[in-house]
Design a protein around this ligand. Structure first.
Ligand SMILES: CC(C)(COP(=O)(O)OP(=O)(O)OC[C@H]1O[C@@H](n2cnc3c(N)ncnc32)[C@H](O)[C@@H]1OP(=O)(O)O)[C@@H](O)C(=O)NCCC(=O)NCCS
Length: 240
């Protein structure tokens, strides 16, 4: 079945300090500042950008994903400033009502709780407005900052996906995390059937996403008994 774009209005998310909005061509410099930094690209499947034109192409790739309703990617800004300082988004896996989360932040803004705040807003949107049942996220095994972000947002570690990543010609072990709707009591019950979930749009509403999640600020101990639940498909086009 052919998919049609269904985000009639891009969902703007607001938190205490941040506004998450749609990406625009004017974000080229902000995107370049993030992905021209090897300290960022060592943790994601994006080649280090060499020039602004490549940033422009990356924005077009991200926007195309939104337009074909393959996912949503927000530009993270600080309230009162239009400057993009980070990106956070999800790709939809409609066959099992799940989403794959990814994010990257300009290094100048690290360790201020910004991505934790952004991810909590995105998680709330994904459960409340998009009717998703499961959010998956992966990190390289050495990405402590990203693991902290996920654990603060209530994700559980499921185990290591051995050499699951093929990034820039190199296989990477990836640590798999998940958050289920039922893990977040604050998330409202889905008003969609399972079949409806599998075909749901991203939703159109914006909102205040400052409601606290049931946060599991747990340690990093993996639960080896927990299966990863990974469905064996690779992200379609989202760059992680
Ligand atoms: C991962 C990333 C998005 C985190 O963004 P951020 O806004 O700095 O994250 P936060 O400030 O919300 O939280 C970072 C946490 O990691 C901790 N942390 C950061 N660097 C760390 C390190 N080297 N060792 C241990 N802990 C570290 C911080 O102390 C904080 O934890 P705390 O709140 O428990 O103290 C950012 O570091 C980044 O963009 N990294 C490069 C790209 C990347 O890794 N993307 C994600 C791919 S999975």
């Amino acid at each position: 079945m052919q998919q049609r774009p269904c985000l009639r209005e891009f969902p703007i998310l607001k938190t205490e300090r941040l506004m998450l909005r749609s990406l625009a061509p004017e974000d080229q410099a902000g995107v370049f500042a993030i992905y021209s930094n090897p300290e960022v690209t060592r943790f994601c499947d994006v080649a280090t950008l060499a020039n602004q034109q490549q940033a422009s192409v990356l924005i077009q790739v991200f926007q195309a994903e939104v337009e074909k309703d393959g996912g949503i990617r927000w530009a993270i800004t600080q309230k009162g400033s239009p400057r993009l300082i980070g990106l956070c988004g999800v790709g939809w896996y409609r066959h099992n009502a799940s989403a794959l989360l990814s994010y990257d932040l300009n290094q100048d803004y690290w360790n201020r709780g910004i991505m934790t705040e952004a991810v909590q807003a995105v998680v709330r949107y994904v459960f409340d407005q998009a009717g998703t049942n499961r959010i998956t996220a992966t990190t390289t095994v050495d990405n402590t900052a990203s693991m902290h972000v996920l654990l603060h947002a209530g994700f559980q570690e499921e185990g290591i996906l051995r050499e699951w990543g093929l990034w820039k010609g190199e296989f990477k072990d990836l640590r798999c995390f998940s958050l289920l709707r039922k893990d977040t009591p604050a998330a409202g019950p889905s008003n969609r059937s399972a079949a409806g979930l599998a075909n749901s749009c991203g939703g159109q509403e914006s909102g205040d996403c400052t409601r606290p999640l049931a946060s599991a600020k747990a340690g990093f101990a993996a639960n080896p008994a927990a299966p990863c639940g990974w469905d064996g498909t690779r992200p379609p086009t989202l760059i992680h």
